[in-house]
Design a protein around this ligand. Sequence first.
Ligand SMILES: C[S@@+](CC[C@H](N)C(=O)[O-])C[C@H]1O[C@@H](n2cnc3c(N)ncnc32)[C@H](O)[C@@H]1O
Length: 251
Amino acid sequence: MAEETHFGFSRLPLTDKQARVDAVFHKVASRYDLMNDLMSGGLHRIWKDIFVGRVKPSRKSRFRHLDVAGGTGDIAFRVAKAGSPLTEVVVLDINAAMLEEGRRRARAAKRDFAAAFDFVEANAEELPFADDSFDAYTIGFGIRNVPRIDKALAEARRVLRRGGKFLCLEFSNVNVPVLDRLYEAYSFRVIPVIGRLVAGDGKPYRYLVESIARFPDAESFCGKIAGAGFERASFTRLSGGIVAIHSGWKL
Ligand SMILES: C[S@@+](CC[C@H](N)C(=O)[O-])C[C@H]1O[C@@H](n2cnc3c(N)ncnc32)[C@H](O)[C@@H]1O
């Protein structure tokens, strides 16, 4: 029997998941940034600032950064701003519509940073780069959409140089009483409605909410990162565990 996985709460063959995920992000691409602000009340900007604060690109020597599932470029722009003319940022995403939004924003933001910028359409599970070629790897709100997470983690480790850092920002498990109930009610009742009113379709947002609920808790995901061979795997919860930053080193 074909291997199965989840798409939100429904089950489907593993080989069908990516196409369903791609359809979601094709649909939401033009409203993605606006919806992020509306759904998180702007909090995603703070989470991303804290996350990118961990990257610390060297300003004195060449620094190659890979932002996977980079979408419209929110994480990558922040890394580029923190870097110098010696910084090279590659934004990789499987979805042409999301990358197109990113390219449009990069043209508009060109004067904000001196770093070199490149966009690559590819799969996190099969990175089109040589071994040991990046100083840091980020993936923000992307890993839960990837069908074979273990493959993506192995690829992340392969393309990082020794001493390189892996960083993942993802929704996690709220571990604060009362906040967990409020968060669940908000996610399932309010977000799909905002999606319907603003983007004209609540279904993609139901997938986003369900995929968050199904994603492993912070401890289990940390175990996966260590299992992929990263050293000093650890995590930090933000906003009561609504999101978590996971990190590890290739040593
Ligand atoms: C929620 S968005 C996150 C975008 C951006 N990192 C941010 O934080 O705003 C998730 C992104 O993951 C991308 N994605 C999904 N599966 C992928 C895969 N297998 N490889 C690369 N990107 C993927 C989607 O196309 C989408 O752009």
